[in-house]
Design a protein around this ligand. Structure first.
Ligand SMILES: [Zn+2]
Length: 678
């Protein structure tokens, strides 16, 4: 970790609570991402999906927002026109629109699309015109239209419902991402006016002592701080004076004021992570999306302020989440009541698992990887990308899921639109950002985090290096990485060895694959020569050499079908098994298994055969086996008989009409529910 030297002032000084003054000029993150703009994806798994999301999903969601309950964009027009009623949708609609813009911006950064960009420019013009109505730059269309005298929840308002700080956070993210994608600063000007207005009014006394009712602004304000630190030249073009340290200070206040009494704002309790000081919390509690986004923010801020208490709190909460409160798909938020985490190991198969929760956990994972340089956080991110989050949008790209349970005896169905359509924008944010998650770097070299066929350019040890990755991941475990460099150069190539492939296991692990070896399942070659016992540091195999153009690294990951069992304390998975192959979690759907799935038994000796099916569910590898089906005959006799079963990737569930689905399968007959035979 880069530590600033005592007494050497390297940059902006910020005064932190407790009287500690530290420099924030040097990032504390171990890794720096290779940004979307430097990465091109050409991947058999991701590219067709990304095309669907850019060409179908983004326009579909924008159109649905335009038509929703009188039109979410009309809210901005009504504020512009000085109206005082008629807000369409809930107060967080401004924020969802900003999230759509952020997600779309990242897709634009990867693949320019003039039609989409023009469409978004039109929206930004309407947002800008709405803000012009207020001399201070305040903008929250619900409050302005419905309760103009109750800004920030004052005068009998309800800041918990008004979502002002949530909306400003989402706006700042959108503005930064849209600038990075297009070089256009229009939305940035709106964002800084509202961010400055927020800093003027919210914060420690004598300002309003308010924390957001829903996390997002913590990381967003940290990012806005970083953005202006990296782009000081842009400050001149902004309509208000920029002192970026104010954004960082407010973000830290929002973390540190939780769990403490505040002047007028009552405690939100555990629901909004306000039950005790965040940096002292040991278990992740309350609303799962809020909690994971807050933790993502704490982690991002630790990467800026370098504080041990931030890093330790984030790591501790992540351990609790991933080792005691996470589903095998990466889903979080077991209970519908409060959309919340349950107690440790409470993971019912009909749990809630909001798509936004899996996405938020993915952001948390990713920030921890940057902070610590540890690959286990990418293992967790990968679980979200291929399972929990990916399940949130249909293969056709125009229907969605809010909840993602691990069993649906009567079938899951996706909606075309929802009264609270928060999940599609969050999904687009994660998948839009994904190209920037594949590679990272530090002074010593390059990190290959995700296995995605792609090309990336970066500067390392003073010269340009291009890495090309070819792979059929996640269906095959072969990855070929080719180095192109104008000049040979000495650096490390750190390649993630996925946790699903090999590694030590402990009886405490939440999920335990039954045939994962300690080592030997991941093998590396450089220019055709096997690398014997490569050093594995924090989950990365490190190859150090003088690299030259044409050098080829081959990684082979064994990819057997793995039977996964849950920790014995997970009641809902007792006597049950889930299947994984590589990073993919499988489920059983009625469509492939004679209409029902609860009657299937997968005894321990069952051997599954993977089979590539190019024309099924957008191209998947299915798993087939001879197992057992349990049936009830007309005379109420139970019959168990050999039954051919097929498992398909969980992410593709609920794409063939409504049919029963299940992830955790009975291993013995008494765990199955017999299917009546007519
Ligand atoms: Zn959601």
């Amino acid at each position: 970790m880069k530590v600033s030297l005592p007494g050497v002032i390297l940059g902006t000084l910020c005064c932190l609570p407790g009287g500690i003054i530290r420099t924030a000029a040097q990032p504390a993150n171990q890794l720096t991402p290779v940004p979307i703009q430097s990465v091109t994806i050409q991947d058999a798994f991701w590219s067709p999906k990304r095309t669907v999301w850019q060409e179908i999903t983004i326009p579909d969601c924008f159109t649905k927002f335009e038509n929703d309950r009188g039109g979410a964009f009309n809210n901005f027009d009504r504020v512009r026109d000085g109206k005082s009623d008629g807000h369409a949708g809930p107060p967080w609609y401004d924020g969802l629109i900003y999230e759509m813009i952020r997600g779309s911006a990242d897709f634009l950064a990867a693949k320019p699309d003039p039609v989409l960009e023009t469409r978004i420019d039109g929206y930004i013009a309407r947002i800008t015109a709405a803000q012009a109505r207020d001399t201070n730059g305040y903008l929250n269309t619900w409050t302005q239209l419905q309760h103009p005298d109750q800004r920030w929840g004052l005068n009998g308002g309800n800041d918990g419902y008004q979502h002002e700080m949530y909306n400003v956070g989402a706006l700042c993210e959108a503005a930064v991402h849209y600038y990075q994608a297009t070089g256009k600063s229009g939305l940035l000007k709106v964002a800084v006016r509202l961010a400055n207005c927020t800093c003027d009014q919210v914060g420690p006394a004598p300002r309003l002592e308010l924390v957001p009712n829903h996390a997002i602004a913590e990381e967003a304000f940290g990012d806005l701080y970083l953005f202006f630190r990296e782009h000081p030249e842009l400050k001149r073009d902004m309509p208000v004076a920029i002192d970026e340290s104010r954004y960082l200070r407010l973000a830290q206040y929002w973390v540190e004021a939780r769990g403490h009494p505040r002047k007028d704002q009552p405690s939100y309790g555990a629901y909004n992570q306000d039950h005790e000081p965040v940096l002292e919390q040991k278990t992740i509690e309350g609303h799962a999306v809020r909690a994971a986004l807050l933790c993502a923010g704490v982690t991002a801020l630790a990467g800026i302020n370098g504080r041990d208490d931030y890093r330790e709190a984030a790591t501790c909460l992540w351990e609790n989440m991933s080792q005691k409160k996470m589903y095998v798909t990466g889903g979080i938020g077991a209970t519908a009541a409060g959309e919340a985490f349950g107690k440790d190991y409470f993971l019912p198969n009909d749990g809630y698992l909001e798509t936004c929760g899996a996405v938020a956990a993915g952001f948390f994972d990713r920030n921890l990887n940057l902070l610590t340089g540890d690959a286990r956080f990418v293992d967790a991110l990968e679980r979200e990308l291929y399972n929990g989050a990916l399940a949130g949008v249909s293969l056709a790209g125009n229907s969605y899921s809010y909840v993602n349970p691990l069993q649906a005896p009567h079938g899951n169905s996706r909606w075309s639109w929802n009264g609270c359509p928060c999940c599609p924008p969050m999904f687009l944010k994660l998948m839009g950002a994904m190209p920037g998650y594949i590679y990272a770097q530090d002074k010593s070299g390059i990190y290959v985090n995700l296995f995605v066929a792609s090309k990336a350019q970066m500067q390392i040890a003073g010269h340009k290096v291009v890495l090309s990755q070819a792979t059929d991941y996640p269906w095959q475990g072969e990855v070929k990485i080719t180095v192109e460099a104008a000049k040979a150069g000495e650096f490390d190539l750190h390649i993630r060895i996925p946790g699903w492939c090999e590694g030590a296991s402990s009886p405490e692990d939440l999920y335990q694959p039954d045939n994962r070896p300690l080592e030997g399942a991941a093998r590396l070659k450089v220019n055709g020569k096997a690398v014997v016992n490569p050093a594995i540091v924090r989950g990365y195999a490190t190859l150090h050499r003088r690299w030259k153009s044409g050098d080829v690294v081959q990684l082979t990951l064994d990819m057997p079908v793995q039977r996964v069992r849950a920790n014995a304390r997970v009641e809902a998975a007792k006597g049950r098994v889930a299947l994984m192959r590589g990073p993919i979690v499988y489920c059983f759907e009625g469509a492939d298994n004679g209409g029902a799935v609860q009657n299937l038994v997968i005894p321990p000796e069952t051997r599954f055969t993977p089979k590539a099916q190019r024309n099924l569910l957008g191209g998947v590898t299915i798993l087939e086996a001879a197992a057992i089906g349990v049936f009830k005959t007309g005379a109420n006799y139970l019959v168990s008989m050999p039954f051919r079963v097929t498992a398909t990737p969980y992410y593709a569930n609920a794409n063939r009409g409504t049919c029963p689905m299940q992830v955790w399968m009975a291993e013995q007959q008494d765990g199955a529910s017999p299917q009546s035979q007519e």
